[in-house]
Design a protein around this ligand. Sequence first.
Ligand code: SF4
Length: 373
Amino acid sequence: MTKVRHVLGISGGKDSAALAIYMHQKYPELDIEYYTCDTGKELDETYQLIENLEIYLGKKIKRLRAAEESTEDPFDHFLEIYGNFIPFASARWCTKSLKLEPFENFIGDDLVVSYVGIRGDENREGYISQKTNIQSIFPFRLNIWSEDVIQKVLAENNLENLTQILQEINSQNNNLNLKPFTNVLLRKKNNNFSQDQKLAQLLGVDTKLFNQLVLNYLKQTNYPLAYDNHFPLATNDDNLVRSDIFQLLEDSGIGIPRYYEPVDFEINGQSVGQYARSRSGCYFCFYQQKIEWVWLYEQHPDLFKKAMKYEEKSTRSWNGDETLAEMIAPERIQSIKEEYLKRLRRKNYNKKSALLLDVLHDTEEEGCASCFI
Ligand code: SF4
């Protein structure tokens, strides 16, 4: 039988780290290959997290570096190719060249199941490869399947096929109470009953049965799971949210990535609040909030200076609306901090919150799934 590879990408963020721990604990029988796409511009805290995870997993995490033959860091190599034009949200050459291409080269034409750490309390899909040999699975969600699979499974013209598959499953397990499930399955979608509603109801009635139905359907296709004899996640009905992720990290002894830890900051020599970084990724990532740039300036001044150097050579700034040089004028830093404190107050921030989660998480879902999960 064709071998199917199981892979899991570590971005340096909390969710992918927690997913590696979760899969290691819950599905030790899966031979998962762990990898990380290294831009050469991550924070030291991220590299440390990856080393700690290797010890915990007892396995190497493969470092994928774009332009491996280059003497420069991957980011610098491609920056030169792109004429010193620093990336931004709608011209994100960095994700393509430094994350997606090295990943797809690593996979080649092999059949691959790729595990992605999107949580049950998030509303996004993450990276879905255009390559048909790569299938994404989301173990933290009740719905572990990707959008494209769900579209095909729940297509109206697939109903008869599903009914037959269900009968086959039933013939192998007489204890099933199929009626409530079949009632939902056979109900036609319309303006008052969307596909999302149908999916939620099917998962609500019997998640494991739904997963078995999808898995058996996939056996009729060319998806990688058609060629895998054993897929233990078919019996998974977990739904993990943010607090579960932090719990997993703490309980494993890995802990949260250090850049999430809150640090006291001052205005006019007075300690007035705490800040942190909300995500992994390159230290100069254009997705970070202004308070995170101030955090970088005050906590990693050397890296901030390097970010300024990139900006000086480019025709645009990292932020779009103001340069880093403008941002670190003392009165500007003060106003960014004051604005941030106002946001904290608006959100009734409780100073005892260990991770500023209540404040920073509202932008967590923005940005690059390859970099921040
Ligand atoms: S972290 Fe940001 S800058 Fe780095 S590759 Fe990802 S999107 Fe680009």
